[in-house]
Design a binder for this molecule. Structure first.
Ligand code: AMP
Length: 486
């Protein structure tokens, strides 16, 4: 099985607040949807780093006592879904090193596409790596001789790494935010009182009453220290912009604002656009919760066909796709939603979801609707067919498991047992964002990868190469371990 290395992650940082650890905890809480396998916070009091990381949800990893021990007015935090390297505690972030330039902590969202080349080069020079994640490479590059941790050295480091990265870096006295020159993943800047805050998504600011200031621009480095905030454009020659459009379709939280667009509104517009492209005759529009909610609402508003929340979600079940084991995923798909039969019985139903990846979820929903007595089931998807894997940080399977990459529309419709099946067009999806097509990476739809990558590199490449692939039992045993680092 080939899987590509990816990072689902949420990153957070704060500079100059007496409750830095606590606010980071709440920030990570709001970013929990970006990764649920591990969480970590590192603080600095200007002299010393203190860290705590663990496997599991933010609320499981931290408690009041732990947060109390994380002293300092600066902090960096991370929530992780293992997509580069195994789900092990040593791969949990933020990663920290003690180096020539003092202690450095890093939280990374995205995927480096030249990780192997760089790691080979560094290992050949005798560097010893503690983890099997690509993010550690950035720390090693930063610690190389010639650097003093200042902006110029960071620029030099960034010019060596390729791919997708939104970073929050902390030294003893500075907090640094970085977004790769294509801007694949989001990163926003906010303020709470006099303290600066960095977060993957603006929903983290809302929770802690921080004021959203602006997005960190693609290629921008923001350095925050006692002199205030300095901005450096590390790539003044302006690379092609390539923000991941799937953040708007599915991944980001609907209450976040990215590139001045509220994610909820974009999704509703995707649903409206779907209704313009495929005006069907039906009795009711039903979303697959929660992923299809906004688009179904948009379809209903545009078509004037009534909207019903016929599927009821069990909120005590995790987000299925984010669990790494296939066994658990299938269980979740079955256990997650229940259907209110009388809302769909004898009716022509339009069921809306944001995407079909493997097809498992959708097939189950169509089946539920048919069993409940729906007269017709029409499946509408608020993005185009997923034809290609993502190498920049979204966990899509390889091509062999991507439904649309291997089957015609009619074959998929039959597989789903749907009466009809329609996907939003690429043009319609882009139009709904209000941004030009050139603003986006749409590689999973059109196969045009803005940054070249090595297709032989996969998620476990580093461990496999070193002959250290962890067995499943070993991985699971370590998953349960919680460690206190300092
Ligand atoms: P499936 O077609 O069964 O693989 O799953 C599709 C469902 O998973 C849709 O409802 C999406 O909302 C959700 N989904 C799609 N892509 C992802 C992803 N990369 N990570 C998590 N969930 C996803």
């Amino acid at each position: 099985m080939q899987e590509y290395p990816k990072h689902y992650c949420g990153v957070f940082g704060i500079y100059g607040h007496p409750n830095a650890a606590e606010l980071t905890y709440y920030g990570l809480y709001a970013l929990q949807h970006r990764g649920q396998e591990s969480a970590g916070i590192v603080t600095s009091d200007g002299k010393q780093f203190r860290a705590h990381k663990g496997m599991g949800l933010v609320s499981q990893v931290f408690d009041g006592e732990i947060l109390h021990g994380l002293i300092g007015r600066m902090a960096v935090g991370h929530t992780r879904y293992s997509t580069s390297g195994s789900s092990l505690i040593q791969n949990a972030q933020p990663l920290t090193i003690n180096s020539r330039i003092g202690p450095v902590a890093i939280a990374h969202n995205g995927n480096l596409t030249n990780a192997m080349v760089l790691r080979d080069e560094l290992e050949d020079k005798g560097q010893i790596f503690q983890t099997s994640v690509d993010s550690e490479i950035i720390l090693h590059l930063l610690a190389q001789p010639g650097g003093n941790g200042n902006g110029n050295h960071l620029v030099h480091t960034l010019r060596r790494i390729e791919g997708a990265y939104s970073l929050v870096i902390m030294t003893e006295n500075e907090l640094i935010g970085v977004r790769d020159p294509h801007g694949f993943r989001p990163l926003s800047l906010g303020k709470i009182d006099d303290a600066w805050v960095l977060a993957s998504e603006t929903c983290a600011f809302d929770l802690i009453h921080a004021k959203f200031v602006r997005d960190v621009e693609p290629g921008e480095i923001v350095i925050i220290n006692q002199d205030g905030l300095t901005s450096i454009q590390a790539f003044p020659e302006q690379e092609r912009r390539a923000f991941c459009i799937f953040e708007y379709v599915y991944f980001a939280r609907p209450d976040s604002v990215i590139a001045d667009r509220n994610v909820y509104k974009v999704r509703v517009e995707m649903g409206r656009q779907l209704a313009r492209e495929f005006p069907l005759d039906a009795d009711v529009v039903v979303p697959v919760p929660d992923s299809g909610n906004c688009a179904a609402l948009g379809y209903s508003q545009e078509s004037r066909i009534p909207f019903e929340m016929a599927f009821v979600r069990n909120h005590y079940v995790g987000r299925s796709f984010l669990q790494p084991s296939q066994l658990i995923r299938d269980f979740d798909v079955r256990v997650k939603l229940n259907l209110i039969t009388e809302l769909v019985k004898g009716k022509r139903v339009i069921v809306v979801d944001d995407s079909i990846v493997r097809g498992t979820t959708c097939k189950t929903r169509v089946n539920n609707l048919k069993q409940a007595g729906a007269k017709e089931v029409h499946v509408l998807v608020s993005c185009p067919p997923h034809m290609h894997p993502c190498v920049y940080g979204i966990d899509f399977p390889d091509r062999s498991k991507l439904m649309a990459a291997n089957h015609s529309l009619e074959e998929i419709r039959k597989y789903l047992s749907a009466d009809s099946l329609y996907y939003l067009s690429q043009e319609g999806m882009v139009k709904a964002t209000g941004l030009p097509k050139t603003a986006f990476c749409m590689a999973c739809y059109d196969g045009r990868y803005p940054v070249p990558y090595d297709p032989t590199v996969d998620k476990y490449i580093i461990e496999r190469r070193n002959g250290r692939v962890a067995s499943l039992s070993e991985t699971m045993a370590k998953d349960r371990a919680q460690i206190k680092l300092l």
